[in-house]
Ligand binder design. Structure first.
Ligand SMILES: C=C(O[C@@H]1C=C(C(=O)O)C=C[C@H]1O)C(=O)O
Length: 344
């Protein structure tokens, strides 16, 4: 067995490369500040805008990955062409066709952003215009634009974002500015990436990254064609599984507290069999026979946790914790656990 990379057999339609990132084909990405997959530099910064060269080299000095730049005017373009991996046609200047044309001719991918002042038709027309000039390397971004420097970012219309992506076949970003509250919804609605502010709060970036991983695992169909890409996709599925397993353990713990007899003593094998059968409908390849031992382990882990917590709350010695499971007698734990008293 070898870890060779299969040549990409599929011609991917509708994907655009931003440096090392592929927008549209693989996982959803985050573009913004530190901690994102690509950095955004806004040369239209509100207070005394920095010298273009300084702003760009500051980011380049600290970050080797993809950089997307929003210019403030055509003077910025030569420097951007030499330094950046893509250009943002911000919502505030989609109507400056001279600048749009000059940007499209740089040879870099172009992200065309829609703001509240632009209609959907106008937005897609600008994107088509850029695509003709930029050799199809165009990405749509819905929302997040600031009309004026310093103004609040407009929230994205996610239905419009989805429709625009389907109609144009181009990758779509949801512009979220500094507000991650729609991050999960945007990924579920089909966003290929989330465009944040150039320097959002670290929690904003973390929330966006969590959404692209966990929600992306549930909603995006990826077709990885290398071991590395497939492992990346597995890592995202595992992130979603971990979130669900933690939530499941909490809920199973609630049942233990509410049932007349909780813990291993109150185990209900008929309920367990039924939930495995129900899961097999959604996991037909695994089927009941393979799911049963998996769910047995999950359920027993939840019961151990619940008993451990109960013992701790009662101030008694801990039983059935990880040590008990690790000593090789984990399966017999139910037999060694004292009967739970009636707790209503
Ligand atoms: C949570 C319960 O207690 C136990 C744990 C279960 C689970 O984790 O799903 C299922 C049945 C019981 O053996 C329950 O009775 O529903």
């Amino acid at each position: 067995m070898s870890l060779t990379v299969r040549p990409a057999a599929r011609a991917r339609r509708g994907t655009v490369r931003l440096g090392t990132l592929e927008l549209g084909g693989g996982p959803a990405v985050v573009i913004g500040g530190p901690g994102a997959d690509a950095r955004l530099v806004d040369l239209r910064a509100p207070h005394g805008r920095p010298i273009t060269a300084e702003a760009l080299s500051a980011v380049r000095g600290a970050w080797a990955g993809p950089v997307l730049v929003e210019p403030s005017g055509s003077d910025d373009l030569p420097r951007i062409a030499a330094t950046a991996d893509g250009v943002l046609v911000g919502a505030a200047w989609t109507r400056d066709l001279r600048l749009v044309r000059a940007v499209s001719r740089l040879g870099l991918p172009v992200v065309v952003q829609r703001g509240p002042a632009t209609s959907a038709e106008e937005w897609l027309a600008v994107a088509d215009y850029c695509a003709a000039e930029a050799g199809e390397k165009v990405v749509l971004c819905e929302g997040g634009g600031r009309g004026r420097p310093g103004a609040a970012a407009a929230p994205p219309d996610l239905a419009l974002m989805r429709a625009a992506g389907e109609r144009s076949g181009r990758p779509v970003l949801a512009g979220l500015g500094g507000d991650p509250s729609l991050a999960a919804a945007a990924v579920a609605a089909g966003a290929d990436g989330l465009l944040l502010a150039p320097d959002p709060a670290p929690e904003t970036t973390a929330a966006a990254q969590e959404a692209v991983r966990v929600i992306g695992a549930l909603t995006r169909r990826e077709e990885p064609d290398s071991v590395l890409a497939a492992r990346g996709a597995i890592d995202r599925v595992d992130a979603a599984l971990a979130v669900l397993l933690e939530r499941r353990a909490e809920l199973a713990g609630t049942v233990q507290r509410l049932k007349p007899v909780g813990g291993f003593a109150g185990r209900d094998m008929e309920r367990e069999r039924r939930l495995v059968a129900e899961m097999a409908r959604r996991a037909p390849s695994l089927g009941e026979a393979r799911l049963a031992p998996i769910m047995n382990a999950v359920i027993e882990a939840g019961l151990h946790l619940a008993e451990e917590r109960r013992a701790r709350e009662a101030g008694g010695p801990e039983r059935g914790g990880p040590c008990a499971a690790a000593d090789g007698h984990g399966e017999e734990e139910g037999g060694r656990t004292p009967r739970a008293g009636k707790r209503a």
